[in-house]
Design a protein around this ligand. Structure first.
Ligand code: SAM
Length: 260
């Protein structure tokens, strides 16, 4: 009985961040998530890695990825722990990608643990971490362990073109404004991350900017920090994107990239 329950739990959640639960939520939330997917698509269109090969980490069915962006690559290796990711990705993007001539190869595996191996197998590929790094905080016992793993990943990615969208902050909201009125913010962090340089060139204290972002979505109570703030090197241009995950629970995502 216990084995059956844990099999079911695994199918529903897949390491707590994917699985059937994720697919059902993504399907139900398509309209709610649409403005966020649009921000992600617009930002991705600005990233022009040289490589025609992409290693896509944790895409699930590619719920928030535009097919047109995926079509820029000649070959995509998609890595996910979830057995449902490949057939649903195929249904969502596969036919159009095939028509355009983009080949997609699915791999069911732990791409974070196997990252060094993947990097040496695909020495010229660009990498996109698709809302997966922010979930590593659920894998680790404490913040120190998490910070060490993110630092390790960052150093493994040295000299590679890579990008990520990940959970940055998340928590409860009370009577939030319509998400269309919130907008996303292009910034870079300087001065050891203590200052945010906004797109208009003005500098503000990072802590003040975070308070402003939280206030803008009517954050309520204590929000979770997903520990990814140092994932990108200082001065990397990044986009902070609001995400109405559900009516009462919102995220600020962080999106950016590093070119080799
Ligand atoms: C929060 S979901 C996001 C899914 C997808 N990017 C989207 O936007 O719909 C995280 C995904 O990463 C996958 N995942 C988590 N850890 C992983 C790992 N170590 N290697 C490969 N995939 C992983 C999960 O199975 C899940 O599909």
């Amino acid at each position: 009985m216990k084995a059956k329950t844990s099999w079911l739990h695994q199918k529903l959640n897949v390491s707590g961040t994917g699985g059937l639960n994720w697919h059902l939520r993504a399907l139900r939330s398509r309209r709610l998530w649409a403005p966020t997917s649009e921000h992600i698509g617009n930002a991705l269109n600005l990233w022009r890695p040289q490589s025609q090969e992409l290693l896509l980490i944790g895409p699930s069915a590619g719920w928030m990825l535009p097919t047109a962006w995926l079509a820029r690559f000649r070959i995509i290796h998609a890595f996910d722990l979830d057995a449902l990711a490949a057939p649903l990705f195929h249904q969502r993007h596969g036919r159009r990608l095939k028509g355009i001539g983009t080949q997609v190869v699915h791999h069911r595996m732990d791409a974070i643990a196997e990252l060094p191996h993947l990097l040496s197998q695909h020495p010229h590929a660009a990498l996109w971490f698709d809302n997966v790094l922010g979930q590593l905080r659920y894998v680790h016992r404490d913040e120190v362990e998490l910070a060490e793993q993110l630092k390790r990943i960052r150093s493994q990615l040295k000299h590679r073109s890579w990008g990520s969208v990940h959970d940055w902050l998340s928590g409860a909201v009370q009577s939030p404004p319509p998400i269309q009125s919130v907008g996303c913010h292009w910034v870079h962090l300087n001065d050891q991350g203590l200052k945010v340089c906004r797109a208009d060139g003005t500098n503000v204290r990072t802590s003040d900017e975070i308070q402003r972002l939280l206030a803008s979505v009517h954050a309520n109570g204590v929000w979770q920090d997903h520990g990814c703030q140092e994932m990108f090197p200082l001065n990397t241009r990044r986009c902070w994107i609001p995400w109405s995950f559900s009516a009462q629970h919102w995220h600020w995502l962080e999106l950016g990239w590093v070119n080799a």
